[in-house]
Every structure is written in structure tokens, then in C-alpha cells.
Ligand binder design. Structure first.
Ligand code: FAD
Length: 349
């Protein structure tokens, strides 16, 4: 049996542990958090992630947790729609449900150790860094220069326990800020992002929520209505961090997956999706090929793709959170919306 230590039992680490061949590998997962989280936001699972969830064997369970409302609109700050978003292909799942289902899919033969790992030891045949954007594995083996990068943006999100109004679903882009309203099984999910000096550590959620109410007080009524129902207990606030560009996800017998390898801004909603794809790709290769070849192939097939998405996500963030270019962006989006509407009428759709 080859021994594998997975550092981090989040989305990527658990998906990997669930897919490794039990008859070939002796697997240990080190996770610093005792128990599963009880508060979390919603993650959109795009088709590639759905295929990964199918490989893990939990796609149908995830679908059952997904809310029925899927479509929405990209809107201006006042709420007027520019472009409709058809979310028919996406499945939305709360992070809490996803982690619970992934955790249940991990075989009993996998050893679980609740401990924070700060340095990588040389014992196991393979070490997998699945310990997120602030990865200790990356810092230890790739060097302190690969530490997480702080963006100037704050991400605040929460749940309001009332059913979502389907006419309000979507993302609202203002001058230097964005606000999102979406469905979640327990009510309405909201999120907000803008440039902020708050944090990066010790963020007070109650005062941040007040700042969000203030900032969005001139925006459309749907936003104000959602924020009136928001409470600190059902809200989370954090600064957004990203991982710098890495030349390889593999160093000797250590490999990075998920946010440890490629944490990105949340603007394309792809971080968790790509973490799942990393995990099932790596498991599939390790299960069927010699280790060195499996690691080489994993690096080749995942690095360019995930770094591309990371860059695209930052670019999308710059457009969504545009400040001086906001009037031009709004005019272009309004024009694109009118054109799409005319095409739809012309084709009878
Ligand atoms: C506001 C926001 C919205 C997002 N929305 C979406 C979305 O809609 N769709 C999407 O696909 N993605 C989204 N993402 C991205 C997504 O959350 C991440 O990409 C995903 O969580 C990465 O999974 P991971 O397992 O690699 O890392 P994590 O989820 O960070 O898990 C890492 C795990 O390792 C543990 N750990 C950390 N350090 C150590 C250590 N030293 N020792 C032991 N254990 C350790 C942690 O406790 C944690 O459990 C969003 C992110 C943000 C911030």
C-alpha cells in the first residue's frame, strides 16, 4: 500500500479522499477544523463540476439540495435588467450541504486526524496540499514568496430566511460595487463586494453589515429589502485573497490541489468547481498510473486551465467592480441587452 497524506479536508481534500482506490492507498486526511461548518454560502456547480460530483457518486444528492429557481439577470445598480442569465445548466448547493455529502462519501478506511499541519514531513509516499488559499504546504515547499495575495475587495454574504423573489434574482453592478440575490433552500442568499479597508483579520460582521447597508442605501429597492432582513448571525464577511501564479503544482512527492494551487476571485463562481475537477482528475490518474507519471499528467492537464480561469475571473472582477469606467460599461451592457432582446424577438424566442 502506498501512503497518502491529504492536508486539508475541505472540498478538494474530501473529494480526493472519496475517489482514491482503497485497495491501493493508505490515506490520512488532516483537517484543522473540528466538525463540519454550519454556516456557508451557495456555490454554483457548472457542468464540469457536476461530472466530478458524478464521479464522487453524489451528483443526485447535490441536485436534491439545489433550489428550483435557476435564472436571473445582470442588472444595473437600480435593478433594471441588462441581460438575462439562464442558469439551467448550473446546480447550486450550499457549502454546508456539499461538505456534508463529500464527507459522507469518504470511505471508512480513510484515517481522519483533527490537527493543523504547519510543515510537511517526509514520511508518506505522497503529500497532497488541499489546505486552501493560505496553504501551509505551499508556503513550506514552494516558499514564502508564494504566500496568499490580499485583494482590495471585501466579500460579505448571508442568508435571509424568506423565499427569494424570482424577479429580483441576479447580480447588480454599481460603481465599484456589486450585489447578488439568489435562491437557497432555506430562503434568500445575498452577497456584496466592493473595495474596502476592513480587515483583513478580525472583521466585525455586525459593523460590516451596517457599512453594507449604508453603501447600498441608494441602490435598487430589491437590495434594500434583502438587507433589511439580514442579521450578523446569518452573515459572513471576509477579504478576498488569491494564490500567485505557480510554475508547477508538483514538487517532488508533494502536489497542490484546489485553492492551495489556484485560489481566484469569486467573480466567475469557479473556484470550488475547479477544486472538484482537480481532485477527481488526480485520483483517476493515481488509481491507474505510476505515481510520477500521474503527477506529471495532473500538472500538465490542470495548471494551464486553472490559471487561465484565475486570470479570467480577475478580469471579470475588474469589469464588475469598475469605478471610472462604470458609465461606459453600463452603456455597453445596456446596448448588448437591447441587441439580445431584438435577436430574441427576430428569431421568435
Ligand atoms: C465569497 C466567495 C464566493 C464563492 N463562490 C463560489 C461559487 O459560486 N462557485 C465556486 O465554484 N466557487 C466559489 N468560491 C470559491 C470556493 O469557495 C473555493 O474555491 C473552494 O472552497 C476551494 O476549496 P478547497 O478545498 O481547495 O479549499 P478550502 O475550502 O479553503 O478548504 C481547505 C481546508 O483545509 C483546512 N486547512 C487549512 N489549513 C490547514 C492546515 N494548515 N492544516 C490542516 N487543515 C488545514 C481548512 O480548515 C479547510 O477545511 C467562492 C469563494 C468566495 C470567497
Amino acid at each position: 500500500m502506498e501512503s497518502i497524506s491529504i492536508i486539508g479536508g475541505g472540498i478538494a481534500g474530501l473529494a480526493l479522499a472519496a475517489c482514491l482506490d482503497e485497495s491501493r492507498f493508505d490515506v490520512t486526511v488532516y483537517e484543522k477544523r473540528p466538525g463540519l461548518p454550519v454556516v456557508g454560502t451557495v456555490l454554483a456547480m457548472w457542468p464540469s463540476a457536476q461530472r466530478a460530483l458524478e464521479t464522487v457518486g453524489i451528483l443526485e444528492d447535490v441536485r436534491r439540495c439545489s433550489p428550483a429557481v435557476r435564472s436571473g439577470a445582470l442588472r444595473n445598480a437600480a435593478g433594471a435588467p441588462w441581460i438575462s442569465i439562464d442558469g439551467a445548466d448550473a446546480v447550486a448547493v450550499s457549502r454546508v450541504d456539499l461538505l456534508r455529502l463529500l464527507d459522507a462519501a469518504v470511505p471508512a478506511s480513510v484515517r481522519r486526524i483533527t490537527r493543523r499541519v504547519d510543515t510537511v514531513t517526509s514520511g508518506p509516499d505522497l503529500v497532497v496540499g488541499a489546505d486552501g488559499v493560505h496553504s501551509a504546504v505551499r508556503r513550506d515547499l514552494w516558499g514564502v514568496r508564494t504566500g496568499a495575495r490580499l485583494t482590495p475587495y471585501l466579500a460579505v454574504r448571508g442568508v435571509v430566511p424568506v423565499p427569494v423573489n424570482p424577479d429580483h434574482v441576479g447580480e447588480y453592478w454599481g460603481r465599484g460595487d456589486l450585489f447578488g440575490i439568489g435562491p437557497i433552500a432555506t430562503g434568500t442568499l445575498w452577497f456584496a463586494s466592493y473595495r474596502s479597508e476592513i480587515g483583513p483579520t478580525g472583521i466585525n460582521v455586525a459593523s460590516t453589515l451596517e457599512e453594507v447597508r449604508q453603501r447600498f442605501s441608494e441602490h435598487g429597492p430589491a437590495i434594500r429589502q434583502v438587507l433589511e432582513g439580514a442579521t450578523p448571525e446569518l452573515s459572513l464577511a471576509q477579504r478576498i485573497w488569491t494564490t500567485p501564479l505557480l510554475r508547477s503544482y508538483v514538487r517532488g512527492n508533494t502536489v497542490l490541489i484546489g485553492d492551495a494551487a489556484h485560489a481566484m476571485t469569486p467573480n466567475l463562481g469557479r473556484g470550488a468547481c475547479e477544486s472538484l475537477v482537480d481532485a477527481v482528475t488526480l485520483a483517476g490518474l493515481l488509481n491507474t498510473r505510476p505515481r510520477a507519471e500521474a503527477l506529471r499528467t495532473y500538472d500538465r492537464s490542470r495548471r494551464l486551465r486553472t490559471q487561465g480561469i484565475r486570470l479570467a475571473s480577475s478580469a471579470m472582477g475588474r469589469v464588475a467592480l469598475a469605478e471610472t469606467a462604470q458609465p461606459l460599461r453600463d452603456r455597453l451592457l445596456a446596448q448588448a441587452g437591447r441587441r439580445t432582446a431584438r435577436t430574441a424577438v427576430g428569431t421568435g424566442r
